[in-house]
Design a protein around this ligand. Structure first.
Ligand code: SF4
Length: 587
């Protein structure tokens, strides 16, 4: 765990050779690293004659390299993360990470950033350990994988697993010398972490009830998996200027929050009445772009309508246009939204079409074509599936964390009473699908025995919290702990007939998407008695989908010990003044 170890002279030589592309590194790694002459020429000839260097790059790497070069040719400076990627291809760090892990060391300097490309986040000073984020496309995994993850968490991490707001899983408290054991262990479980952090396309999400939901228009988990494998097998997908999110929503009862993604594919049903000359009746996806709620923007419709089998190629082309044209000088402006803001949708779509070599289908979506099936409580509790006699059980995971024992217990339930599958949701919880009616009570009892539950109050069902100070250096507050305290306080006072989403996020990065919560809490420090204490800026009125809206800042810098009372007063005001069972966000 300590950071005091240092490399041996031999290791140092190796690492410095690797960093600058020595023959040693190439010989040992055997990987398709950026050629030596390229790396050397980088430091010498940046902004000058790099034609020779560029030619030696494989085509996928060349796309990002040329985008960086254009910035330099314009006399501008790359941001430090772009410089780091230009000096060392993050995908070629395997041997270096192995040596570091063997030496029990954590990375230093820009290597902290570069290792995130492998899913390894050194989270100091919050903790002197790694966090490892996986990729679980569509949130779907098998019970044997979850059981293996439980064992691995005990061997090499903190003995627990976190479910994230991208229907994904994370380990925490990984000592330096266990980093590679974690990566080996994941690969042995058929789970990859490559590209789960850094400037990459993050876990591809889908509607968690894909294939089960009586009201969905189309299954989306197969599309999320296809996108996942496309990314893994196209190296230019790792050359982005910044992170990137893709979601597929099949129009069913549990949202994939596609409107908060850089690319959202939202299922629509075009009927005979609303079809046109160019669009025949059928199920399509509406393409939306530019969602980034931390920057107060939802993905907006582009006017492009796609058949399901067109989505992956179009997403690939969108990413390539972004790789070529995203901002590489300013991290704050490096997301897709800013390319769209500068270019406008039409120019961007034309660039995508030219990348694809074909025109895309344009058309207006009639509002009646959009599904309105969302049920804000459908991710919790027992619900019938489209398959007669089968149900899924939505399990409440308090702020998304489960112990290794609970993970094994859930795996057992999925195998004994379901079909061996588990599904994660963006609401930081998990579903056990395909449970027969006769087995429902057994599942409920077993959940309670393992300290979990199938039922949640209307406060806890929509409670989302980012990692917070317990494991993130950016956090201004202890979000997960505060979320539990807040939920208890509100449950003691209210029995709500409507769900109210409360999202707690520790900093402006907005991992828990405070801007789309009915009540969104953004961590901050508040001065009290000449001391600084944990507090929150309180935002109200956010929403997504049919009730889309960016929450507005209403109360600034409230110390956390005052937050439960303040939120209770807000809820009481809502209850006293709403009409009928009006939802919080429309109030
Ligand atoms: Fe860390 Fe900020 Fe993300 Fe919370 S929102 S996990 S504090 S980066």
């Amino acid at each position: 765990m300590s950071n005091d170890h240092s490399f041996t002279e031999e290791q140092k030589q190796f690492l410095s050779g690797f960093a600058f592309g020595s023959d040693v590194a190439r010989a040992v790694s055997g990987l398709p690293i950026i050629s030596n002459s390229v790396s050397k020429s980088t430091s010498i000839s940046v902004g000058r004659n790099t034609a020779d260097a560029t030619e030696k790059l494989p085509v996928p790497e060349r796309i990002a390299w040329e985008a960086q070069q254009r910035v330099l040719d314009e006399g501008k400076q790359l941001c430090k993360e772009e410089e780091a990627k230009r000096q060392k291809n993050p995908l070629d760090m395997w041997d270096e990470m192995q040596l570091r892990s063997d030496a029990g060391e954590f990375p230093k300097g820009t290597d902290v950033f570069l290792q995130k490309f492998h899913g390894l986040f050194y989270v100091a000073p919050a903790q002197d350990s790694y966090m490892c984020r996986m990729r679980i496309p569509g949130g779907s995994l098998r019970a044997w994988q979850m059981r293996g993850l439980a064992d691995l968490s005990e061997r090499s991490a903190g003995g627990f697993i976190d479910v994230t707001t991208r229907a994904n899983l994370q380990y925490r408290e990984i000592p330096a010398d266990q980093a590679m054991n974690i990566l080996y262990g994941l690969r042995e479980l058929d789970i990859v972490s490559l590209g789960s952090g850094g400037d990459n396309i993050r876990n591809c999400t889908a509607s968690p009830l894909s294939g089960l939901d009586p009201c969905e228009l189309i299954e989306t988990i197969p599309l999320a998996k296809r996108m996942h494998h496309y990314i893994l097998n196209h190296r230019e997908m790792y050359g982005l200027p910044r992170k990137f999110n893709i979601a597929f929503d099949g129009g069913g009862s549990v949202s994939a929050l596609d409107d908060t993604n850089d690319i959202g594919f939202h299922a629509v049903q075009i009927t005979k009445e609303t079809s046109s000359e160019t669009i025949a009746p059928g199920i399509y996806f509406q393409l939306t772009l530019g969602g980034i709620t931390g920057h107060k923007d939802f993905a907006r419709p582009t006017g492009i309508i796609l058949t399901p089998d067109e989505c992956i190629a179009v997403a690939g082309a969108i990413v390539r246009v972004f790789v070529k044209n995203g901002d590489r000088t300013d991290r704050k402006k490096a997301r897709l939204k800013y390319v769209l803001d500068e270019w406008g949708f039409e120019r961007f779509i034309q660039a995508v079409e030219s990348e694809l070599g074909t025109n895309l289908r344009r058309g207006e979506i009639d509002p009646t074509d959009l599904p309105h099936n969302e049920n804000r409580l459908a991710h919790i509790g027992v619900h019938p599936q489209k398959q007669p006699g089968l149900h899924y059980v939505g399990v409440v995971l308090p702020v998304g964390r489960i112990t290794a024992d609970q993970a094994r217990g859930l795996s057992d339930l999925a195998e004994i009473y379901g079909n061996g599958e588990l599904r994660l949701t963006v609401w930081q919880n998990l579903l056990i699908p395909n449970v027969r009616e006769a087995d429902i009570e057994n599942v409920k009892t077993a959940l309670v025995e393992m300290g979990l539950h199938h039922d949640a109050s209307n406060v806890r069902a929509g409670l989302v919290a980012c990692t917070g100070r317990g494991g993130c250096k950016f956090a201004a507050s202890e979000t997960k702990t505060h979320a539990m305290i807040l939920a208890e306080a509100l449950e003691a006072r209210f029995d709500l007939d409507q769900p109210i989403n409360i999202h707690l996020t520790g900093c402006h990065h907005s991992c828990a998407q405070h801007y789309i919560g009915d009540i969104g809490l953004l961590g901050c420090k508040v001065e009290r008695d000449e001391d600084m204490v944990d507090g929150y800026h309180v935002h109200l009125g956010g929403g997504w989908g049919d009730r889309q809206g960016i929450a507005r800042l209403i109360f600034s810098s409230i110390a956390f010990d005052e937050v439960p009372n303040l939120v209770a007063e807000v809820i009481q005001f809502y209850l006293d003044n709403r009409s009928e069972q009006e939802a919080f966000v429309t109030f």
